[in-house]
Unconditional design. Structure first.
Length: 227
């Protein structure tokens, strides 16, 4: 197992900030992504390149957590405003303090990556755990990866496996879920946190492959030819 940690959410449907290159490495390509972004946010329209940042700033300063998240995302990505990770971290923090799980996820990643301020693994993991406890998809994936790699938490292959299993049982079509299924297969192949079982590994690779995971397809071909 052992995937990258930085699973950050942006306001674009199906787009992961700096993780794009990592997901491409896993076998996903932007044209294949078809995932819904976070919970419904009916009160405020998601910003785009033509959006007026002042309207989001006014709502954010009035305490609206959705506006705070979107304004943070704009600074995070340089969308309609200059890229400013310090302001992004500030506004993610405001939304995170109001319980927004997407903001909590992104804030945790920023702390762990040292974006917009010093690296703070402990604080980053704490925010990610809060979001994961609410069932946030990417936070759960990020936490699983942290346990898998021993990043910010003691390495715990069994805990990572359990979190990957939580993700794998979800019904959404999402590259995070398929990657969890792939990691479960690798765990069964290597006996990492579970008893080794090639048949189960093949079954999980097949499930990931059905969601378009290129490396899962490669593993299926490779091990099928050697059974």
């Amino acid at each position: 197992m052992g995937q990258s940690l930085s699973w950050k959410i942006t306001q674009e449907v199906g787009v992961y900030h700096r993780l794009r290159a990592v997901l491409v490495e896993w076998g996903y390509y932007p044209s294949e992504w078809s995932v819904e972004f976070g919970p419904a946010r009916p009160d405020i329209k998601a910003p785009d390149a033509q959006s007026d940042p002042e309207s989001y700033r006014r709502a954010a300063e009035q305490g609206n957590p959705i506006a705070q998240f979107y304004l943070a995302s704009m600074y995070d990505r340089g969308l309609g405003v200059p890229h400013n990770p310090e302001k992004a971290r500030h506004w993610y923090l405001q939304a995170a303090n109001q319980g927004d799980p997407d903001a909590q996820t992104n804030l945790g990643v920023m702390y762990m990556d040292g974006e917009g301020g010093p690296v703070d693994l402990e604080t980053g993991i704490d925010w990610i755990k809060k979001a994961a406890a609410k069932g946030a998809l990417r936070a759960t994936g990020c936490l699983a990866t942290a346990y898998d790699n021993g990043t910010g938490v003691p390495k715990d292959s069994r805990k990572a496996f359990e979190l990957y299993m939580q993700l794998a049982g979800r019904s959404e079509f999402d590259p995070i879920i398929a990657s969890a299924q792939y990691n479960i297969a690798v765990a069964y192949l290597k006996g990492d946190g579970v008893e080794p079982d090639l048949s189960r590994a093949m079954n999980w690779w097949e499930r990931a492959a059905q969601q378009g995971h290129a490396k899962a397809r490669e593993c299926l071909r490779y091990y099928s030819a050697r059974r």
